[in-house]
Write a protein that binds this ligand. Structure first.
Ligand code: CDP
Ligand code: CDP
Length: 204
């Protein structure tokens, strides 16, 4: 069975949490596409050319809690504006999306660019203040000195860059189901997404 759940939205909206839970519930594979951009951003911080880093990326580079720092998130959003970086990462994501057995992908351009034909397309969002608070409460060890306001400024800077770039900007795709998690707990957010998946599975 080919079945894709495409999830876009800004930082700390709940995409990853929802994706993991939905993938586990329906037995689908999950790809956090932000990790691709984080891995490229991290290589760039070591002086590697971003396009070269994107072209030589290996799946093993992605499985790493070390990619969860705020510095790497910023570096990721800087390399993510480069069309050649995005192009180098497209094929891998498309193949994953249409692989046998069902797939959940979360990122910024999954519904708009990577898999517009996805059976389920969601835009998960929340207010910037709620998202900054969530990120603040799960800061990596390297980021423990950051204040809530530092995190909010980081989130806002990344929103700006992601929403205003020319290539594959973050936007709710026409027809995508919008889930605003500002006032939802994790269970409610997961239920909202899982319900859409269940409806789409029944309808096919
Ligand atoms: O993947 P994304 O950056 O969109 O967000 P996430 O990593 O899934 O969620 C960021 C944090 O917010 C996690 O610690 C979640 O447990 C938490 N969260 C929450 O408190 N309430 C929700 N409705 C969704 C996520
Ligand atoms: O977890 P969080 O939502 O904070 O960020 P992420 O999903 O790991 O993404 C890090 C950065 O990668 C984003 O701010 C985007 O600039 C970029 N990204 C992208 O451009 N396209 C994607 N499909 C996924 C991430």
């Amino acid at each position: 069975m080919i079945f894709t759940v495409a999830i876009d939205g800004p930082a700390a909206a709940g995409k990853g949490t929802i994706s993991k839970a939905v993938a586990a519930r329906f037995g689908f594979r999950h790809l956090d596409t932000g990790l691709l951009y984080r891995a490229v951003g991290a290589r760039t911080m070591e002086g590697v050319d971003p396009v070269e880093a994107a072209r030589s990326l290996q799946p093993d580079d992605l499985d790493d809690d070390a990619l969860r720092t705020q510095d790497i998130a910023q570096a990721a959003s800087r390399v993510a504006v480069l069309p050649d970086v995005r192009a180098a990462l497209t094929e891998f994501q498309r193949r994953f999306a249409r692989s046998e057995g069902g797939a959940v992908l979360d990122g910024r351009d999954i519904c708009t660019v990577i898999c517009p034909e996805a059976e389920v397309r969601l835009y998960v969002t929340a207010s910037a203040e709620v998202r900054a608070r969530r990120r603040f409460e799960e800061l990596s060890p390297e980021d423990q000195t950051m204040t809530l306001d530092d995190v909010l400024q980081d989130v806002l800077a990344r929103d700006q860059r992601d929403m205003n770039r020319a290539d594959a900007p973050l936007v709710a795709a026409p027809g995508a189901t919008i889930i605003d998690t500002s006032a939802m707990d994790i269970e409610e957010a997961v239920e909202a997404a899982a319900q859409r998946v269940a409806e789409a599975l029944i309808a096919r």
